[in-house]
Ligand binder design. Structure first.
Ligand code: GLA
Length: 641
């Protein structure tokens, strides 16, 4: 099998003469799959109930004739103008209560029954007509669920929210207990009093807000499931939808990934961040983890600039090749882009494509062709897996709960802390999975717990078992503080697992000056707490003797607990020490900025992907072998005979 290579193909933006050229160029570049139909609803159904498919028959026939597989989309992310004009109540309302209008994309209310009915109708028409078309290889449902409309505050959403809450809590007593409505006279005496949380004069009820975020995420998963059920009547081909693993923490992907046949994701580099390839690593590791380690699809990334960041820089020569192969190294078996041909009109005309505005005499096109050839040469890597003995925890309700405005400090977010600890693992060369607190941790030796403030009793017990059984954890401040209803565990922090970390803190002291010196020479940032060892050994302290880093033996395992967020060098030392306790090591010895990841088949064939993100030539040492990796290049080293 060839590795999948391609991108979103939007032929409706171009005259027919261009389609023939597209086919020729796709073959030249080695493209073997394109996603089609994503934004074609207005052409498929120009007026409600009147369908025009002849143009698209031609597109699919052309693809089939050229041996290019179609990843066929349902166009439900962007309803046509007639939809908003006919059903204004089905258009989204934003968090400020503003009624939005048509004129962009994804403006519908996900809870609207009219929207759902219309979306299922067009999905069914497409499935009926094309399920057996020889070009169609898989289904691309919708596009980036919730990218612009995760939370829509309509009457329809409020009605569905009430039903969802009844299912969750059974009755109002359950709801009142979970939300702690005894506080501020908020007890509900009828379901009609419960609304989507629109703006309030001051701090809203945190349980209410976090449940609204849970509900809004759940609703989108239901929308996917409804479309999938329609397609399934006509086709047994795999279905997916493109997640946004690097950047969009508003949909619970642990829940959503259970609904797709294969995980796919989109990733865009933050152009202004010189370390953006670290976030790429996270997005890729996360996509792999959502599919329990199975190969996944990189459905979109960019050949060069995007158009939606403040300053949209073009990629440096060879940067796109490094990005693509870094995704491949971390388990993607399909490398695709948004989009095939850069648009000359519309909202995304300044977004790069595989065929740029400049045409084929260009850096982008030459690299696109080179990547196609490289992927072809790596065909035997397809299907191999990335092994990780380390996991870093991510939980959506935890992140949502930490968005609440009234908390010990607003100087960090769950995502920010996660990113800092993921980056430390990246710098250490340790390949990590992303795991959910309640997930199966048995295959890991080392688990990082980055500000998992909201931790269910089940999640706490899961970590306790992990350490008790011999695992090592590294726990940051503000972890294990509240349960799944955002109710604080009493008796001293971190109440979910004081016994595991062997520490008890009575109060938090966010750092007013932003910095606390450590006895070891480094410094802490943002946070400090009045921690007392309750069994743990103190490894480092603040200058006044308060413990900063404690290590506790619990059962057969070890817990490292921090009471501040150390500077990166200090954090690197701590991660290294915890990794030694855990018995995990870097994939290879490599200079800073050189990424090394291994993919291996069960039969022992394996490859080391060495990606040099620096301006200097480097040497990687793995299992006694020296591998030269020129500046800015990727070397794929075959380890087996
Ligand atoms: C998302 C969408 C695409 C396009 C790109 C631009 O990933 O799915 O349609 O808008 O962003 O970066």
């Amino acid at each position: 099998m060839a590795i999948v290579y391609g991108g979103d193909y939007n032929p409706e933006q171009w005259p027919r003469e261009t389609w023939a050229e597209d086919m020729r160029l796709m073959r030249e570049a080695g493209v073997n799959r394109v996603s089609v139909g994503i934004f074609s609803w207005a052409l498929f159904e120009p007026e409600e109930g009147r369908y025009e498919f002849a143009w698209f028959d031609e597109v699919l026939d052309l693809l089939a004739a050229n041996g290019i597989e179609a990843c066929l989309a349902t166009p439900t992310a962007s309803p046509p103008p007639w939809f908003a004009a006919t059903y204004p109540e089905a258009v989204m309302v934003d968090a400020d209560g503003r009624q939005l209008t048509h004129g962009s994309r994804q403006g519908f209310d996900p809870s609207s029954d009219v929207y759902i009915a219309k979306a299922l109708q067009i999905a069914e028409k497409i499935a009926e007509r094309y399920a057996d078309h020889p070009a169609v290889g898989l289904w691309h449902l919708h596009n980036e669920y919730g990218c612009h409309n995760t939370r829509s505050y309509t009457k329809a959403a409020t009605a569905k929210f009430r039903t969802w809450l009844r299912d969750r809590y059974g009755d109002l007593d359950g709801l009142n207990a979970a939300w702690g409505t005894a506080f501020w006279s908020q007890a509900y005496s009828s379901w009609d009093q419960v609304y989507a949380p629109l703006p309030t004069p001051t701090i809203p009820n945190p349980g209410h807000v976090v449940d609204w975020k849970r509900f809004s995420s759940w609703q989108l998963v239901q929308n996917y499931r409804a479309e999938a059920a329609v397609i399934r009547k006509y086709s047994d081909k795999p279905m997916t939808t493109n997640f946004m693993t690097g950047s969009h923490p508003e949909i619970d992907l642990w829940e959503f990934s259970g609904a797709v046949d294969i995980v796919s994701t989109d990733h865009y580099l933050a152009g202004e961040d010189p370390q953006a390839h670290v976030n790429l690593g996270f997005a890729a590791d996360y996509a792999r983890s959502l599919g329990a380690g199975k190969p996944w699809i990189l459905m979109e990334h960019s050949t060069s600039a995007v158009n939606w960041q403040g300053r949209n820089r073009a990629k440096a020569p060879r940067e796109m090749l490094r990005n693509s192969l870094a995704h491949f190294a971390r388990g993607a078996d399909a490398i695709m882009f948004f989009q095939w041909r850069a648009s000359k009109q519309g909202a995304e005309k300044w977004h790069s494509g595989m065929v740029p505005h400049a045409g084929t005499d260009s850096k982008i096109w030459r690299e696109v062709c080179e990547l196609g050839a490289t992927l072809k040469s790596l065909a035997e890597v397809e299907g191999s897996r990335v092994q990780a003995e380390t996991a870093i925890l991510w939980d959506f309700p935890n992140a949502w709960a930490q968005e609440h405005e009234a908390r010990p400090t607003n100087e960090f977010t769950a995502q920010g802390i996660f990113d800092a600890y993921y980056a430390a693992l990246w710098r250490a060369g340790i390949t990590a999975d992303v795991a959910e607190p309640e997930g199966d941790l048995s295959k890991y030796k080392f688990v990082v717990v980055p500000a998992v403030y909201l931790l269910s009793r089940k999640g706490a017990e899961n970590l306790r078992q992990f350490v008790n059984g011999g695992g090592t954890v590294l726990v940051t401040p503000y972890s294990g503080i509240a349960d799944e209803t955002d109710t604080v565990y009493l008796g001293g922090y971190p109440g979910a697992f004081r016994d595991v970390v062997g520490v008890r803190s009575e109060e938090f002291y966010p750092l007013i000056g932003g910095r606390v010196e450590l006895a070891s020479g480094g410094h802490g940032t943002i946070w400090s707490e009045a921690a007392e060892p309750a069994g743990a050994e103190v490894r480092d302290t603040y200058a006044d003797g308060t413990p900063a880093w404690l290590v506790n033996r619990f059962g057969a395992g070890t817990a490292h607990y921090l009471t501040t967020f150390p500077d990166p060098d200090t954090l690197d030392r701590i991660v290294a020490a915890a990794a030694v306790d855990a018995g995990v090591a870097a994939v290879a010895e490599a200079p800073v900025g050189v990424e090394v990841v291994r993919r291996a088949h069960d039969d022992g064939r394996s490859w080391l992907f060495c990606i040099n993100h620096t301006d200097a030539d480097a040497t990687v040492k793995a299992a006694g072998v020296l591998i030269d990796v020129p500046a800015g290049e990727v070397v794929v080293h075959r380890e087996h005979a």
